[in-house]
Structure formats: C-alpha cells, structure tokens
Design a binder for this molecule. Structure first.
Ligand code: HEC
Ligand code: HEC
Length: 263
C-alpha cells in the first residue's frame, strides 16, 4: 500500500527526529556506561571524590569546598576546569616545582593549595581513583594533544590596572547574594571566596588571570557569561584583595610506608 506523499513526509520526519534525540552527544560521565568490576568502581569513586570532597576526603582538606567548586560538573565543563584530555598531558614540566611532574603530583597540588590540605598517598585507593577518573574522562583524546583554549580558564587580561572600587560594586550587585558579604559563602551551598575556609595563596585560582577567566565564563552561577571581561577582571581583583590562608612551603608531604608485598 502506498502512503500519500504528506503522510510519507511525516513518517520520515518522525524517524529523523527520533534518531536526532537518541544520537545526542553522549554525556561525558554516565555511571551506567562504566566498565564492570573494580575498574568501574574506582572511576566512580574518583568521580564521587570530586563531587563530595568534604565527606570522602575528610582530614585531607581544610577549605570548605569540593573539587567541583572550580572543576564544574565534576570536571566535564569546557572553560570550567575540565579534566577531559588532562590524562595525556602528563608527565609534564612544572615551573613551580622545577621538575617533571606526574598526574599524581598535579592532583596533590590541588589538595595542597586549592583545598588547603594534604594529599592522599599516591598508592591510596583515593589517589588511584582520581587518576582513573581523569583517565576515563580523557579517553579518545590522543596523548600529547595540544591544549585548546577552551581547556583552560586563563584569560588574556585588559591592558590596565584593575579597578578595585568598581570590583566592589560588581561584587555587591552580582556575587554577594551567594558568596556573602564576608566572602565565606554558605556551607554546603556556596563556596568561600576568601578568608580562613577558602583556597590558600598558592592556589591556581589565586592568580588573577585564572580567576578572571573562571568568573567570566562561569559566574554568576545563575547567569554565566553575563559579565564583561572588565567586570570579571575588576571583581576578581576585589576578591583576591582579601586575606586567605598562607601556603606553608615547608610542609612535608608524607607517604605511608607499605611493604613490597603490596605489589
Ligand atoms: C579553588 C579552585 C580549585 C579547587 C577547589 C580545585 N582546583 Fe584543581 N585546579 C584549579 C585551577 C585554577 C587549576 C589550573 C587550571 C589551568 O591552569 O587552566 C587546576 C588544575 C587542576 C588539575 C590539572 C588540570 C590541567 O589542565 O592540567 C587537576 C588534575 C586538578 N586541578 C584536580 C583537582 C582536584 C582533584 C581537586 C580536589 C581535591 C581540585 N583540583 C580542586 C582550581 C581548583
Ligand atoms: C547564584 C549563586 C552564585 C552567584 C550569584 C555567584 N556565584 Fe560564584 N559560585 C557559586 C557556586 C554554587 C559555585 C561552585 C561551583 C558550582 O557549583 O557552579 C561558585 C564558585 C565560584 C568560584 C570558585 C570556587 C571558590 O570558592 O573560589 C569563584 C572564584 C566564584 N564562584 C566567584 C564568583 C564571583 C566573582 C561572582 C560574582 C560575579 C559569583 N561567583 C557569583 C554560586 C554563585
């Protein structure tokens, strides 16, 4: 039986629509799509640490936030601290350490500075899970692929000194409702921007170029992208003008000794 032309066109459209819906870009992290067994469990645990660092890494972090406060959507968001492709960029030269560092070293850095805490041992369940999670998000990205602009939130800054007074106005108008007048945020909802519970002075976010880029593309959280580069620059300078914990460069990173039987 031949369908009338109009009906045929309608069926074709419905089929095309169904295909478009089911073939949408796959989510970068889907707990149902993980490999079965211990490897999948490790990836899932790494994901959970990023999302709920306060509970899962209690005793290792002093800043009152999760990794996800800066690595948005568990590190899956472009220009929001994405982990996609990061696995294949290590080992790499590190200017601060003046040596070649591994991914574990880089993860440890965010514990030391951004979370103002101490890293778990490299052979611990937590560290292995974080590496497994970053590796999982990086699958398909070739080792050594160049860093794209959208991988980073560093922003070329305006060619002028920041205007802190204007930054204070932007803060009062757009940030204060969530991050609060004292910059301490609200526990469990809005992370602290400065003060004793925030990231310390050694953190990447304590650099004006990183914070400006992060704020420009991701803040205010209820209207990301609504600030101009100038607004983001000035408000970041205002935020960074406040006191935060000092990073103790002489702190010792201790690893728990384990017997060779472990291998
Ligand atoms: C206060 C914000 C903040 C928090 C909290 C934070 N990070 Fe970061 N992280 C950064 C910044 C900034 C960078 C540097 C990004 C850049 O250079 O573009 C970074 C970089 C990284 C990198 C390297 C990414 C790359 O592109 O090479 C890893 C891995 C990482 N963080 C893991 C973590 C983990 C794990 C936690 C939680 C234990 C955490 N971070 C918490 C801000 C943060
Ligand atoms: C609607 C609430 C809201 C507003 C308004 C808002 N933020 Fe945020 N901000 C958040 C949340 C929630 C996070 C944690 C990341 C996430 O879940 O998106 C965050 C994270 C951050 C971070 C990284 C984590 C940290 O604590 O350092 C910075 C920096 C930041 N915001 C700056 C700003 C600035 C500057 C403004 C004003 C221009 C602003 N935010 C406005 C809710 C808000």
């Amino acid at each position: 039986m031949r369908l009338p032309a109009l009906a045929r066109a309608f069926v074709a459209l419905a089929v095309a629509l169904a295909a478009a819906c089911s073939s949408g870009t796959p989510r970068l992290y889907d707990s149902d799509a993980l490999p079965p067994g211990p490897v999948g469990a490790s990836i899932a645990y790494g994901h959970d640490i990023i999302v709920d660092t306060q509970h899962l890494m209690k005793g290792y972090v002093r800043a009152k936030m999760s990794c996800q406060a800066c690595h948005l959507d568990a590190g899956t968001k472009a220009r929001g601290g994405s982990f996609v492709g990061v696995y294949g960029r290590f080992p790499q030269w590190n200017k601060r350490a003046q040596r070649v560092i591994t991914l574990q070293d880089r993860l440890a850095e965010c514990f030391l500075y951004s979370m103002n805490g101490r890293p778990p041992a490299y052979s611990s369940k937590a560290m292995i899970a974080l590496v497994a999670y970053v590796a999982w998000l990086s699958r398909g990205v070739p080792v050594g692929a160049p860093v794209k602009k959208s991988d980073r939130f560093i922003e070329p800054l305006p060619n002028r000194k920041p205007d802190i007074v204007h930054g204070a106005v932007v803060y009062a108008q757009t940030c204060v409702r969530c991050h609060q007048i004292d910059g301490a945020g609200i526990k469990g909802a809005f992370p602290p921007l400065w003060g004793a519970t925030s990231f310390n002075g050694g953190a990447g976010m304590a650099h004006i170029d990183r914070m400006t880029g992060f704020v420009r593309y991701n803040m205010p959280q209820n209207a990301p992208g609504s600030l101009t580069l100038d607004d983001a620059y000035d408000v970041s300078a205002f935020v960074l003008g406040h006191k935060r914990p000092h990073f103790n460069r002489r702190a010792l990173v201790l690893q728990t000794p384990r017997s060779a039987g472990f291998f």
